[in-house]
Design a protein around this ligand. Structure first.
Ligand SMILES: O=C(O)CCC(=O)C(=O)O
Ligand SMILES: [Fe+2]
Length: 261
């Protein structure tokens, strides 16, 4: 069985190399457990109010599954989102990774999503997040989407830890993953699965009687269209009150976050 390498924030170069070589890795202890608990207490009332498979679109069931709750507009639910959007470590890594091809001079956030899996959620369809921009070819070294799925609780082999197929970011589209190609991104609360938009992955199977919650944030070059319009997904006035730098990252003020040359 393949495995994902684990790192700490002390080794940014090794992390970047692992994302280039394997398509992803796990960063232990990105956020403090206290910050995760605070984020969860902000999100919990919204989760409790929502129904399973809360997408407006029936066809989304096939992709997301039946026992999942997904939210956008996260800045309206928690002021602490700014700490993730402005996280220096993630921004520097995103800047270094996306900047490799010299085709990205500024970056921004594509979307943030809360990914809640409940008891009975089956394995999600395996996919590449880059498929959201289906017209882009994948024959380049650097990713055009760099994502973090931050564990707001422990991700275990029984509560839906993400299934990841290391190396699949370099596979041709027609190659299908078999069961032995994948591994589970098990990790502690506060750790994050860091991955290229080209890697094959999907949410795992939750057989526990507790929810599994991941906080997704994806970074793209500023010339690519973001998936989420934060002015539309958030309540009026919320985004306008955020730091100028965060507003740049959320595409409200033009310019994005300048990539280190
Ligand atoms: O829930 C997860 O761990 C991953 C979900 C995912 O990959 C997606 O919805 O794109
Ligand atoms: Fe995904």
């Amino acid at each position: 069985m393949p495995e994902l390498k684990h790192f700490t924030i002390e080794s940014p170069e090794d992390i970047e190399q692992a994302i280039l070589d394997d398509g992803g890795c796990i960063l232990d202890s990105l956020l403090s457990p206290d910050l995760c608990d605070e984020l969860m207490s902000d999100f919990l009332p919204h989760i409790e109010d929502a129904s399973w498979n809360n997408s407006k679109y029936k066809e989304d069931e096939d992709f997301f599954g039946l026992k999942t709750i997904r939210f956008h507009g996260l800045a309206s639910m928690s002021d602490r989102c700014s700490e993730i959007i402005g996280n220096e470590f993630l921004l520097n890594l995103a800047s270094s990774l996306l900047g490799r091809g010299k085709r990205c001079r500024a970056l921004r956030v594509s979307t943030m999503e809360l990914m809640v899996l409940g008891n009975g959620q089956a394995n999600q369809q395996l996919h590449r997040d880059m498929d959201s921009w289906a017209f882009l070819d994948r024959s380049r070294e650097e990713p055009l989407l760099f994502s973090a799925n931050i564990a707001l609780c422990d991700f275990t082999s029984t509560n839906g830890a993400t299934v990841v197929v290391p190396g699949s970011h370099r596979w041709p589209d027609e190659r299908k993953a078999t069961e032995t190609d994948g591994c589970l991104a098990t990790m502690k609360k506060g750790s994050a699965l860091l991955y290229s938009g080209d890697i094959v992955h999907g949410g795992g199977n939750n057989v526990e009687n507790a929810i599994r919650t991941g906080f997704y944030i994806g970074f793209i070059p500023s010339w690519l269209s973001p998936l989420e319009n934060q002015m539309v997904s958030n309540k009026p006035g919320v985004i306008e009150r955020l730091d100028e730098r965060v507003q740049h990252l959320l595409n409200v003020v033009p310019g994005g976050f300048t990539v280190i040359p």
